[in-house]
Design a protein around this ligand. Structure first.
Ligand code: PRX
Length: 635
């Protein structure tokens, strides 16, 4: 039996038991046998959730890129590491071998060094899904710079907030990006963001769409000439296992986005180990995750996890609907994709198109299908299973978070029997707990509660950049000595978990986490708005969509509501990005509030869900009269 590669359910249970009985021994063995360390650890794990402080493989020295690239050169030098599929299907795909990746990462790393970037510096990466994105991520890791990738769909305000929060010295971007039939002026967005950022000394610009852009003298440089002139040799920086590898921002229910800090050794071990098992990757397979590297899914399961296993990982620049809704299936056929990992929102959008396009292509290469980012509804699960996997490729519904770094609850394909809408069993080493309202753990099966994790795992985030207290308050204060996920879950009669959704004010729209507070803050900036409240409501493609209740300062005046709606969505687009736009905006006389002035979101949620038969206790409301008015005018 190999602890590294689990193939049967019995094996899963055996390895799982071992991993929780003796976590240190278990992870030590995995780390020792499957990775390249410059120096081994002095101590496998030390932890204290009350601080919270977690250290894995303390004292160990390594460079993650030596694990993702260098160690494969002898046996996999000519194997494709990154298979780039461009936006336009008529443009050729690019196969970047491990050897080419090695040279390109070294060149990029030398450019970063020449620009004065050193170990520990923060570098913001704001790029479309082109090879330079993966290569710049790896180049940062190679010299020990901390990358902070910002999804290139975020607005200039969102970008500047993130750049400033982690004090980035450099931004790596491109002239623009392709998105289906559209182009986006990325450099223009960066220029605007940088009006508010004093910390950025230089900007490197990759050429993608050949647009005519402004280059700021003394700050901006074209990337290609610098790469051409750089050496393709470089010795990787020696990093401590607990040195930060990257910062990745995620929305909180309140306040500014949280810069989750992931460190090097544990993150590497866990993402590699989960990748191998959750996708059952075999040597010559072609693996494709459709996420963007701007999200954690892309970090862990496009870049680090696959490359650490010497896999071939597909990077797709485009969108599922261009040139038509058959694009995903065309790519699966063209590259004979074996593992396909996507989000429920994409599945629902594709299912809406019927089966003609999915039936047009040969999908027989598919062995494992993955789902991530939000609960997958039963209908989408069956459509995926029947039409994409042809009932032969198991679906792995993987539950995890930006904060967890890697997959936490998931079936192991061909081992764990799947059950629609269930993420099923905890992955090796993961010890979940369901908690009740009194803070007690709920034991036994057929129960539901708030999902926590009671023992550290190697890839957990170590802190929030610059705000450890917020890290403790958000994740470790609700339940003593437990990591609180913010999700609710139920455990069925055999111990399978089903994630029921967020229990805080985070709403997941098309698989993207959106905090309500920052959106409300943006809306409230409109001069006509007095206050606002956002809730989620069910949407057949997005999973959840946003419903905004907005009270105007001057309710008497007759205003052009349609125009106001456009302006409100425009403000949201500018502050956060188009992903946070509201689907419905209802103008209200007031918002239901408690006597202490808190907005009663529970009521607003019910109205948005069209579930008003029982609004629950409204006796504590300060202004019960607004509720009827909101119900009468609900959209
Ligand atoms: O609510 C859960 C939901 O997505 C949240 C984490 O979002 P993010 O940090 O953006 O990471 C997404 C990709 C890992 C979780 O708290 N979520 C994620 N995967 C699932 C899920 N909900 C149900 N089922 C899933 N498989």
């Amino acid at each position: 039996m190999s602890n590294y590669h689990i193939k049967h359910l019995e094996e899963y249970y055996q390895v799982y038991r071992k991993s929780v009985r003796n976590p240190e021994g278990f992870w030590e063995e995995i780390a020792e046998e499957h990775f390249l360390w410059r120096k081994k650890w002095d101590n496998v794990l030390s932890w204290d959730f009350s601080k919270p402080e977690v250290k894995w493989f303390e004292g160990a020295k390594l460079n993650i890129t030596e694990n993702c690239i260098d160690r494969h050169l002898a046996t996999r030098g000519d194997k494709t590491a990154i298979l780039f599929e461009p936006n336009d299907p008529n443009d050729p795909a690019e196969h970047i071998s491990y050897r080419q990746l090695y040279h390109r990462v070294n060149k990029f790393a030398n450019v970063l060094k020449a620009q004065g970037i050193k170990k520990g510096d923060r570098v913001c990466i704001y790029l479309p899904m082109i090879p330079e994105l993966a290569i710049s991520v790896l180049a940062c890791a190679r010299i020990g710079a901390i990358h902070s990738v910002v999804f290139a769909g975020f607005s200039s305000t969102a970008l500047s907030t993130r750049i400033n929060d982690s004090d980035c010295k450099m931004v790596i971007t491109s002239d623009g990006s392709y998105r289906g039939a559209k182009t986006i002026d990325l450099k223009g967005i960066v220029d605007e963001a940088l009006l508010d950022c004093d910390c950025v000394a230089s900007v490197l610009v990759a050429k993608r769409i050949n647009s005519d852009i402004h280059m700021e003298e003394g700050r901006d440089q074209w990337l290609q000439p610098l790469l051409d002139a750089a050496s393709d040799q470089l010795t990787a920086e020696v990093m401590d296992a607990e040195d930060p590898l990257f910062i990745l921002y995620t929305s909180g229910s309140t306040g500014k986005p949280k810069g989750m800090v992931h460190t090097t050794g544990g993150y590497m071990v866990y993402t590699a180990y989960t990748f191998k098992n959750v996708f059952q990757y075999r040597e010559n397979d072609v693996y494709w995750c459709t996420a963007d590297i701007g999200w954690i899914t892309g970090h862990s399961y496009i870049v680090y996890g696959p490359l650490a296993n010497g896999a071939t990982t597909v990077m797709f620049e485009g969108v599922p609907s261009y040139p038509d809704f058959g694009r995903f299936w065309e790519i699966v056929e063209k590259h004979k994709v074996n593992q396909f990992y996507t989000a429920p929102t994409a599945i629902r959008a594709l299912a809406k198109q019927g089966t003609e396009l999915v039936d047009k292509y040969d999908l027989s290469s598919l062995k494992t299908l993955g789902s991530v980012g939000e609960p997958i509804n039963e209908e989408a699960w069956h459509w995926y299973n029947d039409n994409v996997g042809k009932k032969k490729a198991p679906i792995v519904d993987t539950w995890w978070q930006t904060e967890t770094g890697g997959i936490m609850i998931t079936p192991i394909p061909y081992a764990t029997p799947t059950k629609p809408t269930y993420a099923t069993l905890p992955f090796i080493g993961i010890q979940p707990a369901l908690m009740d309202e009194n803070g007690e753990e709920i034991k036994g099966n057929q129960v539901d509660g708030r999902l926590c994790v009671k023992f550290p795992w190697p890839s957990m985030a170590r802190t929030i950049w610059g705000n450890h207290e917020r890290y403790r308050d958000t994740y470790f204060s609700a339940y003593k000595d437990k990591y609180f996920t913010g999700d609710g879950a139920l455990r069925d009669e055999v111990g399978y978990y089903r994630i029921t959704g967020r229990v805080d004010d985070v709403i997941i729209v098309s698989g993207h986490n959106l905090g309500t507070a920052p959106i409300e803050d943006a809306i409230n900036e409109h001069q006509a708005v007095a206050e606002s409240a956002i809730v989620g409501f069910p949407h057949d493609v997005k999973g959840s969509a946003l419903y905004g209740y907005v009270t105007l300062k001057d309710t008497g005046e007759s205003r052009d509501h349609d125009n106001l709606r456009k302006e409100i969505n425009q403000i949201i687009t500018e502050h956060i990005g188009p992903i946070a736009k509201l689907d419905k905006i209802q103008f209200t006389q007031g918002l239901p509030k408690t006597r202490s002035g808190k907005i009663m979101r529970r009521i607003l949620r019910k109205i948005a869900h069209k579930d008003t038969s029982n609004l629950g206790d409204t006796s504590t409301l300060l202004n019960p009269e607004v509720v009827q008015d909101i119900m009468d005018n609900a959209l």
